[in-house]
Design a protein around this ligand. Structure first.
Ligand SMILES: Cc1cc2nc3c(=O)[nH]c(=O)nc-3n(C[C@H](O)[C@H](O)[C@H](O)COP(=O)(O)OP(=O)(O)OC[C@H]3O[C@@H](n4cnc5c(N)ncnc54)[C@H](O)[C@@H]3O)c2cc1C
Length: 314
C-alpha cells in the first residue's frame, strides 16, 4: 500500500448515522471519506415527530439536508458512490466502489442501514407519503392513534405486531399474507385482544388516501392505516464478506464502542442489531466516532494550526 493516502476513517452511508459520525470525526480534526449510494430510509419519512429537538416534527428529507449542511460546515464531503468491496490491507482497509475507485482508511465505519420489504404495488411511495401505509410503529404509531388499523404480514409476526398496535387503537385487523393455519390458541388470543383476523386477501388497493383489502368474495375493507410487516434486508454484506458476526436478522453484532467482530471495522444505525430509530443511529455515531478517534494515533495540534471555526460565536 506504499504511496496510498490512508484517511483516518471511511464512512459508508450518509443517512442520520453516517452524517453524524462524519460531523464528530471532523470535529476531532480527523480526515474522513464519506461514500453514499443516496438511498437513506429517512427519505421515506413524511414527518417525524419523535426526533428530539423538533417540536412540530420535520420531514426526513429536511432532517437529511440539515445533517448534511452541519457536517459540510466542518469539512465533510460526500462522494456519491456505492461501495462494492472491502478488503483488509496493511494499515487498514481498502474499499472499492462500483466505479472501480479505491479508497483507503485506517478504520471503516459502516452506516449502510436496511431495506424494507414492501408489497410490490407501484403506488407504495405515495401511500407512505400520506400515512396510508406506515412502516414503523415505534416511529409513528402515535400519529395513527384510534385509527382503523391493519397489520399485514405472515401470521406469527403480524400477530405480535397487531398485539403491539393495540397500544394505539381499539380497532386492529391482522391481514394474513401467508397460508399458515390459525390454531385455536392464536384465535383465542386474538379474540381476547379484540384483534380481527382476515385471511389472505386477493388484492391490496389504494384509493389515493386509504388502503383497501379486497377479498375473494368481492368484499372490500378500507383502513386508515396499514402497517406491512414483511421484514427487511440488512445491508451488511461488505462486513459479512469479511466474516463479521451477525444476529438472526443478519444485522451486525457490535461491542459497546460499536466495533464489529472485525478489528477496526465499526458499524452504527439500522445495520446494527438494535432498535431502528434516528436517535439510536445518532447515538451510535457519537460512540463510534469517539472510539475511533481514541484508537487512532494521536493527532496533536501544532502551534501554527488554524481552525476555521475557532472564532465562531457561541
Ligand atoms: C417510512 C419510515 C418512517 C420512519 N419514521 C421514523 C421516525 O419518525 N423516527 C425515527 O426515529 N425513525 C424513523 N424511521 C427510521 C429511520 O429512517 C432510520 O432508523 C434511520 O434512517 C437509520 O439511519 P442510518 O443512518 O442507520 O441508515 P439510513 O438512513 O438508511 O442510511 C443508510 C445510507 O447508506 C447508504 N448505503 C447503503 N449501502 C451502501 C453502500 N454499499 N455504499 C454506499 N452507500 C450505501 C444508503 O444509500 C443510505 O443513504 C422511519 C423509517 C421509515 C422507512
Amino acid at each position: 500500500m506504499a504511496g496510498m493516502e490512508f484517511k483516518d476513517c471511511i464512512v459508508i452511508g450518509a443517512g442520520p448515522g453516517g452524517m453524524t459520525a462524519a460531523l464528530y470525526l471532523h470535529r476531532f480534526h480527523r480526515n474522513v471519506t464519506v461514500l453514499d449510494a443516496g438511498n437513506s430510509r429517512a427519505r421515506w419519512i413524511p414527518r417525524t415527530h419523535n426526533c428530539p429537538g423538533f417540536p412540530g416534527g420535520l420531514s426526513g428529507d429536511e432532517l437529511l439536508s440539515r445533517l448534511h449542511t452541519q457536517a459540510v460546515e466542518y469539512g465533510t464531503r460526500v462522494i456519491r458512490a456505492t461501495a462494492s468491496q472491502m478488503l483488509p490491507v496493511r494499515g487498514g482497509f481498502q474499499v472499492t466502489d462500483t466505479e472501480g475507485e479505491r479508497h483507503h482508511g485506517r478504520t471503516v465505519l459502516l452506516a449502510t442501514g436496511i431495506k424494507d420489504a414492501l408489497p410490490p404495488q407501484p403506488w407504495m411511495e405515495e401511500a407512505v407519503a400520506c400515512g396510508a401505509i406506515r412502516l414503523c410503529a415505534i416511529c409513528d404509531g402515535y400519529e395513527a392513534s384510534d385509527n382503523n388499523l391493519a397489520v399485514y404480514g405472515p401470521l406469527r409476526s403480524a400477530f405480535e405486531h397487531a398485539r403491539f398496535m393495540r397500544t394505539y387503537s381499539a380497532t386492529v385487523t391482522l391481514v394474513q399474507s401467508d397460508d399458515v393455519a390459525v390454531d385455536a390458541q392464536l384465535r383465542q388470543s386474538a379474540e381476547d385482544l379484540n384483534i380481527t383476523l382476515m385471511t389472505r386477501p386477493r388484492d391490496l388497493l389504494f384509493d389515493g388516501t386509504r388502503c383497501v383489502f379486497a377479498e375473494e368474495n368481492g368484499k372490500h375493507h378500507h383502513f386508515d392505516t396499514v402497517y406491512p410487516v414483511l421484514g427487511s434486508r440488512s445491508q451488511a454484506t461488505l462486513a459479512t464478506a469479511l466474516g463479521a458476526s451477525v444476529d438472526t436478522k443478519n444485522e451486525l453484532v457490535v461491542s459497546a464502542d460499536q466495533m464489529t467482530s472485525i478489528d477496526g471495522l465499526y458499524a452504527i444505525g439500522d445495520v446494527v442489531s438494535a432498535l431502528n430509530q434516528i436517535s439510536v443511529a445518532v447515538g451510535h455515531a457519537a460512540i463510534a466516532a469517539t472510539a475511533i478517534h481514541n484508537v487512532l494515533p494521536q493527532n496533536p495540534r501544532s502551534p501554527g494550526s488554524a481552525c476555521s471555526k475557532r472564532n465562531m460565536p457561541l
